[in-house]
Design a protein around this ligand. Structure first.
Ligand code: IVH
Length: 681
């Protein structure tokens, strides 16, 4: 192959690799249905990174390796939207939405014509516009005032559900010369909670709700910070679309989905307003189950021709409206402020409230997070406050209505000893922590965490039972749960033999778990569900994790010094050793990593120190062969010398073969090579 040809082949290979990675990103992030393991994905990604570092001239803007690349900015530029992003008028009850329908019908005189509505959830995030030129993302901006927004391209590029290149081909058609996609950036509720916990632990400012967290993350001047935030994107509309005519909103949504965007699965089409109202009820009920916040539904006239006739008044279209859900905020008063001790000893101030209904749930306690937050909001006993309950997030006090103060309110001071065990407390940044090693409150929380759904999932083992078990000294750590007997449980209050048996069965069943859930259950500080699954992907079993060094841990992408130190510290504790012994004795088990992967890890070094030279034509691209050798610890050279260990001879091999022969270097064919690196032939 000539240099030119080889370069062309590498270029093609890289293009295929990028396409594969884009596809797997789509399966993973958009559809939530990965087709390959994380390890396989990492291999593809690493291969691309290596090829790109070898051929920097072949790096393109749409490469998946280029999501985070740019340097921090001093400030954002502005971006003029070619078609303004409108806002929506909103209504909150049935009469008003019927009025909207009336107005639409009246306006479209003739009124005999059919009107169809598309209903979408109203995502509580931030509106964005993405410009694609010939299928490649070129500019991303915020809505701003509708006419001018901020240019935040490099931040939006870090969001995995925003395609850097939109799909084309079979059902997506050719890429348009120009396409503007509109949608909402948000942070899923579960990820918001993790993020806040992380920020809180580091002593950084927490966010009041997922929307603020999304806003704060997307407007970071350093795109690396944005990349570390769990942002997501739902597309719901288009601006300019050159060489494409849409006749309905439904068609727009279908198209967006086909070209690789995440479109809400909750979108529906209805022929009358009554069904729209029914659907509003239905979505309202589902609201708490969703992992993203919605504050209502958006009702849009489906026909674009009708939309055009309806037009807009000032900045809101006549053809669309937000039909809101009841607020998640309520006023109430603070009866008392108490302190809760968490499983890591953190003391959290909690407001005891005059019970109040928020979105169908009675709320009687709300978190005040920590002393700094409490001071900043200046919450006092007796205050009237605004309380918010978002999704399944713990309710929190948002603000104090200071105008309602009478002067009788009492300030609260954090205790300087643990209110439960009396041990001293230590202040770490904004967090006050009980350092008592045998603090009953911590133990209770650790066991509650251990048994919880996303950890060992011991079904039906409620908080009250755990508290009694600890108070009666029937368990001294989480593993003791596995040694409880029927007669133990029967000693507890309000425990019948049937419930006792159910609990024992659930405990027994929980013994079979996944490695990642087990790690999560251990309750290592800074190791939430996500980090637990990273660790599970990188170690074969608990023993391997226990023996990991600091370097092993920080070598894992996404694992930083803080987590690494915390893992090491955890396994050094005598109580951990005790716990692990008991878990083993209880025969807790989980699938170890697939044999194949572990084998491969062992195999990793099989080519250590070996040098290969390729000659002639083999059936895989040279670059692929090279990266396989390197992955297994070997090297590839371009010419044969005494240092060469193997010459791989393909078809029409030339002078290198003669040289190898002369020097006595071992010559193998492609089949032997494949066997050596365990590739199927
Ligand atoms: S359509 C003309 N659709 O709500 C239509 N907006 O005040 C304008 N939003 O700024 C927007 N989900 O941030 C539309 N499915 C959806 C939406 C949605 C959330 C937000 C968006 C916009 C605001 C409207």
């Amino acid at each position: 192959m000539s240099g030119e040809e080889e370069k062309e082949a590498v270029k093609q290979y890289i293009a295929d690799l990028k396409k594969k990675i884009h596809y797997h990103d789509y399966r993973y992030y958009v559809l939530n249905e990965p087709e390959i393991s994380d390890a396989e994905y990492d291999r593809l990604f690493k291969e691309l990174e290596e090829l790109e570092s070898e051929y920097p001239e072949l790096v393109t803007r749409d490469s998946p390796t280029q999501r985070v690349g740019a340097k921090p900015l001093d400030e954002f530029g502005t971006y003029e939207h070619s078609i303004p992003l409108l806002s929506l008028n909103s209504v909150s009850d049935e009469r008003e939405i019927r009025d909207f329908d009336e107005r639409v019908r009246k306006f479209l005189v003739g009124a005999e014509e059919e009107i169809e509505y598309v209903v979408e959830p109203k995502i509580d995030g931030l509106a964005m516009e993405l410009v694609y030129e010939k299928g490649v993302l070129s500019v991303g901006s915020t809505r701003g005032d509708g006419k001018t927004g901020e240019e935040i391209t490099q931040n939006l590029r870090t969001i995995k559900t925003i395609p850097l290149r939109i799909f084309s081909g079979a059902d997506a058609g050719a890429p348009l010369p120009l396409l503007e996609v509109r949608g909402e950036v948000f942070i899923p509720v579960s990820k918001f909670k993790e993020l806040n916990a992380e920020l809180g632990a580091k002593g950084e400012k927490m966010f009041a709700n997922p929307r603020n967290a999304a806003a704060g993350s997307v407007r970071q001047l350093d795109p690396r910070v944005t990349a570390s935030r769990p942002l997501d994107f739902f597309a719901y509309g288009v601006g300019r679309a050159e060489r494409k005519e849409f006749s309905t909103q439904w068609e727009v949504l279908g198209y967006l989905r086909r070209i690789g965007f995440k479109v809400s699965p909750l979108i529906r089409r209805f022929g009358n307003i009554k069904d729209v109202i029914g659907y509003h009820e239905e979505v309202k009920k589902k609201r708490d189950e969703l992992d993203y916040e919605i504050d209502g539904i958006v009702v849009k006239v489906n026909s674009i021709e009708q939309q055009e006739r309806l037009g807009a008044i000032s900045r809101s279209p006549r053809w669309a409206i937000a039909y809101k859900f009841p607020a998640r905020e309520e006023f109430t008063s603070v009866k008392n402020i108490v302190v809760q001790v968490g499983r890591t000893g953190a003391l959290t101030p909690v407001a005891v409230l005059e019970p109040v209904q928020i979105g169908g749930v009675t709320v009687s306690r709300a978190t005040l997070h920590n002393e700094d937050e409490l001071r900043k909001k200046d919450v006092r006993i007796g205050d009237t406050v605004v309380v918010e309950r978002a999704g399944d997030v713990i309710p929190e006090v948002v603000s104090v209505i200071k105008s309602k103060r009478t002067g009788a309110e009492k300030e609260f001071r954090m205790p300087d000893r643990c209110p439960v065990c009396g041990a001293e407390v230590l202040k770490e940044g904004p967090i006050v922590r009980c350092i008592g090693v045998s603090c009953i409150a911590q133990l209770k929380e650790r066991i509650k965490h251990f048994a919880s759904l996303r950890a060992m999932n011991v079904e039906g083992l409620g908080e009250k039972v755990i508290e009694q078990l600890v108070d009666r000294k029937m368990v001294s750590d989480a593993a003791d749960l596995f040694f409880l007997t029927n007669s133990d449980l029967l000693k507890l209050e309000r425990m019948g033999s049937k419930s006792a048996q159910n609990i024992l069965n659930a405990i027994e069943k929980s013994k079979h778990t996944t490695f990642s859930q087990l790690i999560h259950a251990l309750g290592i500080r800074h190791v939430g569900e996500h980090t637990a699954s990273l660790l599970a992907d990188n170690f074969r079993d608990v023993e391997a994790l226990r023996d990991a060094s600091y370097e092993d841990l920080v070598g894992i992408p996404e694992i930083g010094p803080e987590v690494a130190k915390s893992v090491l510290l955890f396994f050094e504790q005598g109580s951990t050793k005790e716990l692990l012994k008991k878990l083993e004795r209880a025969e807790v088990w989980y699938e170890k990593k697939e044999a194949g992967l572990v084998e491969e890890e062992k195999a990793k070094k099989v080519l250590e120190g070996k040098t290969f030279v390729f000659t002639g034509r083999i059936s895989m691209p040279r670059e692929e062969a090279k990266s396989v050798v390197e992955r297994l610890g070997g090297k590839v050279a371009s010419s044969v010398s005494k240092k060469t260990d193997y010459v791989v001879a393909g078809e029409e091999a030339g002078s290198k073969l003669e040289k190898a022969d002369k020097l006595g270097v071992k010559i193998i064919d492609e089949g032997e090579f494949r066997e050596m690196v365990t590739l199927p032939s």
